[in-house]
Design a protein around this ligand. Structure first.
Ligand SMILES: [Zn+2]
Ligand SMILES: [Zn+2]
Length: 389
């Protein structure tokens, strides 16, 4: 093909003084119009499409355009006596998918209402498409590891007494192959983003583009990256972490296990592992902070005459003195029979709320005694209520 005879300005339908913006707009319009996907089997359209690509390739690059303007053609080796090498963008249009794209539709207006959104995206992608802005990703700086959060259910007694549990944690660990540095001793690793192909497919609206892989810049390789961790310095792994639960934790307690979060990248410091505890209930002991609350029934005679009764505590049985004349709902504090708070190194109390049980009246003799009791105690217990009505 006689490259030197191409009228690139004519192909794009712009004047020789056209601005880069005018050239870009003209190119976009024509690229859509002649795209092979919109003209299946049309060899002439394909040829026009290639010419449009070639014209744009030259006119969109200031240096190439300058040479073309001066000598009438562009060659990578500069102006030459003979025809220069075939300049071609050499692009892969395999993923350039216009199938959902209505020709002449709203998106085709380029600078129309959608210019800021869709067209902006379109332009950015085309920039990458032609290799501009497709620089290999800078090697990222080492990043400290992130913290991990796990929940842990333990039962009432584990919370009271403290315990040791093993928690299976999935965390990013330092890569054993490279010792966490991310660098291999030598050689290059396959780029994980493009699987070594050098290009990736991106979507812009309904269109798909094959662009140079932004991670490796199209080379398909990441130089010096550790092949095991692809340069990250870390690999996800299951780890059983031993966690010591101190006595006295309660629901919501958050325990920190230093350095058991994710490892940092490229050898940076690891994060921490945080365990938030949830404590299961007990049939009758209720936690109220470091105090234990319990309801205890007492008989009429115990309440009336007073008694030393045995009540359960978290340490086992303990004696509680119920004074004569105890009423239902009365609360008694048993000092330091609550939960040991290992942080304060201090025990809470146990609060006993008594409930006076009615006597079981199974026989005549009991009835007799109760009637006698009533005669001896004729006061109306509701007297106080009436006086305040
Ligand atoms: Zn590694
Ligand atoms: Zn890549």
């Amino acid at each position: 093909m006689a490259t030197s005879t191409q009228d690139y300005y004519g192909i794009l339908g712009v004047s020789r003084s056209a601005s880069p913006d005018e050239i870009r707009k003209a190119y976009r319009k024509l690229a859509r119009k002649h795209h092979p996907d919109l003209n299946p089997g049309d060899k002439a359209a394909e040829e026009r499409f290639k010419r449009v690509q070639e014209a744009y390739d030259i006119l969109s690059e200031p240096k190439k355009r300058q040479m073309y303007d001066q000598v009438g053609y562009y060659s990578e080796h500069g102006p030459q006596p003979g025809p220069g090498p075939q300049p071609g963008p050499g692009m892969d249009f395999g993923g350039f998918d216009f199938s959902d794209y209505a020709p002449g539709g709203q998106a085709g207006t380029g600078a129309g209402p959608g210019a800021g959104g869709f067209s902006g995206q379109f332009r950015d992608l085309f920039g990458q498409f032609f290799g501009r802005g497709a620089h290999p990703e800078e090697r990222p700086a080492p990043q400290p590891g992130t913290d991990l959060e796990y929940g842990l259910n333990i039962d009432f007694w584990q919370a009271i007494r403290g315990t040791q549990v093993t928690v299976g944690v999935i965390r990013q660990e330092a890569c054993a192959t490279c010792g966490g540095t991310g660098s291999a001793a030598g050689g290059a690793a396959t780029c994980p983003q493009c699987q070594g192909k050098g290009n990736v497919t991106q979507m812009a609206g309904a269109m798909r583009f094959n662009i140079a892989c932004p991670r490796c810049g199209g080379s398909g390789k990441l130089p010096n990256a550790c092949p095991a961790c692809h340069g990250d310095g870390r690999l996800a792994a299951n780890e059983d972490v031993e966690i010591r639960i101190p006595p006295g934790v309660q629901t919501g307690t958050r325990l920190r296990v230093a350095a058991k979060g994710n490892s940092g990248t490229m050898g940076a410091l690891p994060g921490d592992l945080y365990i938030t505890v949830r404590v299961g209930p007990h049939p009758f002991f209720r936690r109220e902070g470091d105090d234990i609350e319990i309801h205890v029934p007492v008989t009429v005679t115990e309440a009336g005459l007073g008694a030393k009764i045995e009540v359960p505590t978290i340490d086992g049985r303990a004696l509680l003195k119920v004074p004569p004349g105890t009423a239902s709902g009365q609360k008694f504090r048993m000092r330091e029979k609550g939960v040991l708070n290992s942080r304060k190194n201090k025990r809470g109390d146990q609060i006993v709320e008594v409930a006076v049980q009615p006597p079981k009246v199974r026989d005549e003799r009991t009835k007799e005694i109760l009637r006698e009791l009533a005669e001896l105690n004729p006061e109306d217990p509701r007297q106080a209520l009436w006086s305040q009505v």
